[in-house]
Design a protein around this ligand. Sequence first.
Ligand code: GLN
Length: 555
Amino acid sequence: MTPKYIIFTGGVVSSVGKGVTAAALGLLLKERGFKLAVQKLDPYINVDPGTMSPYQHGEVYVLDDGAETDLDLGHYERFIDIRLKQVSNFTAGQVYAEVIAKERHGDYLGGTIQIIPHITNEIKRRIGLAAKETKAEIVLVEIGGTVGDIESLPFMESLRQLRNEVGRENVFFIHVTWLPFISATGEIKTKPTQHSVAALRSIGISPNMIIARCDHPIEDSICDKIALFCDVEKEAVIPMTTTDVLYEVPLLVEEAGVAEYVIKSLNIKATRKPDWRPWRKLVKEVRTPKPTVKIALVGKYVEFHDAYLSVREALKHAALATNVKVEIGWVHSVDLEKNKGWEIIQNADGILVPGGFGSRGIEGKTMAARFARENKVPYLGLCLGMQVMCIDFARNVLEHEDANSSEFDRGTEAPVIDLMLEQRSITDMGGTMRLGLYPCLLQKGTKTAAAYGVSQVEERHRHRFEFNNKFKAEFENAGMLFSGMSPDGMLVEIAELADHPFMIGSQFHPEFLSRPMRPHPLFVGLVKAAKKEIKDREQRASTNANLPKVLRSTL
Ligand code: GLN
């Protein structure tokens, strides 16, 4: 059976929530009983975002099979509650690499290799794979970027061809645009949307639906105008005003009648009626006033919140489950080294140190871990956050003053975090870390095991360095528990401080498996422990007692 394709393009500007909208429609269709495949096509030349700076790209979202992907995949997994695979995200870089490798291999028998048909065929082959692998009835395809970008042209052209090959009745194009608001006149403008639809039509694609995003309420007359100028049915112009609650988007898309219109156009039948009660309850909960838990997030890309998107969402999920609101205090780890930003840490009920690469800001992160340890502030360390927790412990408890990760100091006398054995011979940077899902055994009687409530878990990884087992006994004797280990007992997966209300670091990234309805146990553990701190917060902030001790170490 030919699957149906729903294709999302973006117009006017990027970052208008195309991924969230696609994810929301995915949920609407799943709730109606359809089997889905989801794909994000990224027109940039990098083979994957794994080598890109978080400043350029936001977080790198890791899947079970170790694929390093675009953060939109996180939206899909969180909204639709599915587990995606490598096939769900590909880039122009992958497409070109494949075609060029085939050319070098002589597969094209002397032909001239061109964008049409060679590149476009490869794009279509990869779209086909997603449908085949999952036996999906509906494939949702989101094209990254905005119509008019040079690099997205081969992708648009491929989808235009696909529509002809599988039949127009099987393909539905949704164009997501932005309506600017001119405050001087109080007007919402449709002209950029008209232009972007004209650009789309010039490459042979007429959208079946336009989702118009705006920060202001959109009147009917605006939708009439878009319908008229863009040649789309009035019913298929969907006004979508920005909401303050991300997880309300599926409810808004449902109310706007998007799913019903799409289903009717594609001539398919739902087998189930959606049950929106859990989502309505969730949105209501988010809007209900609750005590606030303050979490200091100590990172090095904090100016750009998208770099920590899944961490932020995981904190929100955990807060919902704990009946509190979470307020994130963004702390730049480099600031801590310069004696700045400490007031956010002192005022926090919990500290979270997320992942990262490279030496910038490492000392600040280590100091934050030290502050959490000495002041018994709940702490969760993710990957690098676990590594700095071990570095602080080695330096300030075990008195290995020089302790470090060999990532930051190759000559350190105490490399408590060291390059993994299988990483030593690797020279290529792309896709070569320890990536994806690995099992981890939990030690009974630890706070970690209590948080999870099971004895074995599987979590997603993305790292090259690991705890150095040479130091294991020394750490254990001084009160560090290795509460999660790989099944062969060789790799430390979770470290936990015994004499502390909640100080846990994981070598993996739990944030990738947190879902709005199923918060991650380690995040819940942090938020629960932080909730107990609320009443002590003011006292801690006013005494200042332990702060200078931390700062002295940098002098
Ligand atoms: N840079 C560290 C490593 O490669 C941590 C990686 C991370 O935080 N994802 O092991």
